[in-house]
Design a protein around this ligand. Sequence first.
Ligand code: UD1
Ligand code: UDP
Length: 354
Amino acid sequence: MKIVSIVGARPQFIKSVPVSRELVKNQITEVLVHTGQHFGQNMSDIFFNQMNISAPSYNLNINSLSHGAMTGQMLTEIEKVLSLEKPDLVIVFGDTNSTIAGALAAAKMNIKIVHIEAGLRSFNMRMPEEINRILTDRISSYLFCPTDTAVKNLHNEGFQQFNCSILNTGDVMYDSVLIFSGYEKKPPFSINEDFILCTLHRQENTDDPEKLKSLFDALHILAERIKIILPLHPRTRKKINQLGIFNKSSSNIQLRDPVGYLEMLYLLKRCSIVMTDSGGLQKEAYFFKKPCLTLREETEWLELVENGFNFVCGSDPEIIMSNYDKARKTSFNFNIELYGSGQASRLIVSELLK
Ligand code: UD1
Ligand code: UDP
């Protein structure tokens, strides 16, 4: 069996590792295609180096374009790769533009698609990720879901009528945490006893000046009480520089460049609380038994909210502060298995071999 796997963005490098390892174990040939969506040392290379991912067979180098242009150019180039490689299956991960481009290229060539992290929904059609997920799910043959909620979402949309197999395998990101959590690495900056680990990069926050300003107001208020470490996605750095909304005298906020996965695991292990608009980080907070304040209006990870681990805050400083106080006062019992048992990639590959 020959598989082409498509990756392009930071979370996809991380999700691909346990799956690639499982493919190797089962002697399945995998051809890795990097679309180039994320690029450079701290958004791409560091992940390949730290996690020992073999160099991609193809790097399409497509990035920094509008959604349509990016997805369109990826579609053209991935089609060329698939014509050359003639794989039996194409694997795509998550919900980025690289995901939908890979899936669409495969679907047009009648190659079966494997969607890892299928079935997630925010029910917010203004998010580019929501469009990417729904369309990718609809044209995939194997829908590997991380949660029961994701399976239910697909059932509610009538996916039983379609010719596809749907399986809750648990979350491949948990597999990755289990592989790498003994290898954390201290980042090249000072770390305090008690700090919030924060990340911010979602389009709905970065591209709305009012929201971004409001979020930074909240960070400045919070920073009077606790240190904040904020490894910043390049798009957020660009925006805050343009808008001049970061108060440089706020010494309790450490704005840093993006860090590698091993440094992120180090910070997750030591922080008191996570604050983020990232999808992946919300789950990682839970894997490391930390509460999470989600800087969005909704989340796809409902089970974290239902179990009281995740506080959906939006961007209003008052709501963020009151949830921060609530999270600090609560004692959490994280001993419940929400994302499988770290066997997601094994289950995925054994299903593909059936
Ligand atoms: C993408 C995904 C998002 C995911 C995120 C993971 C889509 C629609 N969005 O968002 O779902 O949460 O990746 O991090 O696919 N940039 C750089 N260097 C990089 C990457 C991006 O400078 O390595 C800058 C570029 O100016 C680019 C902007 O960030 O135009 C946005 O990048 P893009 O790839 O469009 O989306 P992300 O915000 O990274
Ligand atoms: N991540 C990282 N360095 C950073 C920020 C994030 O290694 O500076 C990791 C994070 O731990 C998680 C993944 O990248 O595993 C999530 O990616 P991101 O937040 O960019 O995307 P999303 O999950 O929102 O799609």
